[in-house]
Design a protein around this ligand. Structure first.
Ligand SMILES: *Cc1c(COP(=O)(O)O)cnc(C)c1O
Length: 396
């Protein structure tokens, strides 16, 4: 078989080809799942010189190397390395601990994943790092929030509950002019639909628990960094002892191989359901940046090459009992938090109690949908049953 190394390939093809070393795997397509801590050295000389492709289980195995190569390729030409973490939240906390020190100031987008806020307000604060939250729509006005101590800005585009879209390129320009790093939780789009490192981001994080794993069966996180940030990230990972279990590493790599077809389907089905919901009389607004009327649509068009299957819905004012009747009546949409798997989900959310820079007042109950890989007509019929129960509860 000829090598495809020098042929220019699209990202969808590279998802399939990257990180594979058929020869080293004795012909097998996939790497082995290496369960290993101890690595033996061939001689005393090798031992003293730390000579050997692998030296210690925590620092890498043939399984982690294969995944890291594939992820580095997916994150694009700016990527200098990808660290692996046991969860998305561990990837976020590791990135922040690795790049900040006591006395530093951090700017965080008001719509970030809630446990990210809890980490900043808890452990980072205790370690002498102060956080200021900012309006996701702040754009270049973020300059006004910088202090001489501001060392990093953390963003999420779009926020995974409220779906506001920060202008990450504008924020990055301001941050870089002030020598601060930009850390981006890119879980919603994945690097396949948005190459954050090409857009001024220094550290691109994935809760790989979601779309990269893709089957609701692993907890996993990745930290991709450019040349500027990689030395701090790789040192932080070593000092903190962050690593991931071999079975999860293998499942992340296995998920990555089908990410292209899965995301394409999540996008198509997600938009079909989002548009169907937009036309429902019970719905006030759909929060989905790939929809024409969405306030984040222009930025989505500029920065993204696709949309995932996660979006929000604001219902017209209705009592909680009607919303609960909807949730109990649907059966293909399960109630659960961790999205990105093959199955559809719905969960009520209310971020009003964990906003500090902005007020969240959507004007009605809010639901977050994840559209999975089921047939779209089956999903619509399921939602129809949900709305029938909702309307029956409204009539009391
Ligand atoms: C789920 C999620 C995380 C955390 O990932 P875990 O693997 O559950 O720790 C972080 N950011 C976003 C946007 C998420 O959706």
């Amino acid at each position: 078989m000829a090598s495809s190394k020098d042929i220019p390939l699209s990202p969808a093809t590279r998802l399939v080809t990257s990180g594979r070393d058929t020869e080293a795997q004795k012909g097998f397509v996939n790497p082995p799942v290496v369960h290993g801590s101890t690595v033996l050295y061939a001689s005393a000389e090798d031992l003293h010189a730390h000579r050997g492709e692998y030296q210690y289980g925590r620092h890498g195995t043939p399984t982690t190397r294969a995944l890291q190569k594939a992820l580095t390729d997916l994150e694009g030409p700016q990527c200098r390395g990808v660290g692996l973490a046991p969860s998305g939240l561990a990837a976020i906390s590791t990135a922040l601990l690795a790049t900040l020190k006591a006395g530093d100031h951090l700017l965080v987008c008001d719509n970030v994943y809630r446990p990210t806020r809890l980490f900043c307000d808890g452990l980072l604060r205790r370690y002498g790092i102060a956080t200021t939250y900012f309006d996701p729509l702040i754009g270049e006005r973020i300059a006004e929030l910088f202090t001489p101590a501001t060392r990093a800005v953390m963003v999420e585009a779009p926020g995974s509950q409220s779906f506001e879209m920060p202008d990450v390129r504008a924020i990055a320009e301001v941050a870089h002019a002030r020598d601060a790093l930009v850390i981006d939780d890119n879980t919603w789009a994945t690097p396949l639909f948005r190459r954050a490192l090409d857009q001024g981001v220094d550290i691109s994080i994935q809760a790989a628990t979601k779309y990269i794993g893709g089957h609701s069966d692993i907890m996993f996180g990745t930290i991709a960094a450019n040349a500027r940030a990689w030395p701090a990230i790789s040192e932080g990972i070593r000092l903190l002892g962050v690593c991931a279990g071999p079975d999860d590493v293998f499942l992340a790599l296995r998920g990555l191989r089908t990410l292209g077809v899965r995301l394409a389907q999540h996008q198509t089905a997600g938009l079909a359901i989002a548009r169907w919901l937009e036309a429902r009389p019970e719905v006030a607004r759909v929060l989905h940046p790939a929809l024409d009327g969405d306030p984040g649509h222009a930025l989505w068009t500029r920065d993204f090459t696709g949309a995932s299957g996660l979006f929000g819905v604001v219902l017209k004012p209705a009592p909680a009992a009607a919303v609960d009747a909807f949730l109990d009546a649907v059966s293909l949409f399960g109630m659960g938090y961790s999205w990105g798997g093959f199955e559809s989900l719905v969960i009520p959310f209310d971020c009003s109690s964990y906003r500090t820079a902005t007020t969240w007042a959507p004007g009605g109950p809010t639901l977050r949908f994840h559209v999975g890989l089921e047939d779209v007509e089956d999903l619509k019929a399921d939602l129809d049953r949900g709305f029938a129960a909702f309307n029956a509860a409204l009539r009391g």
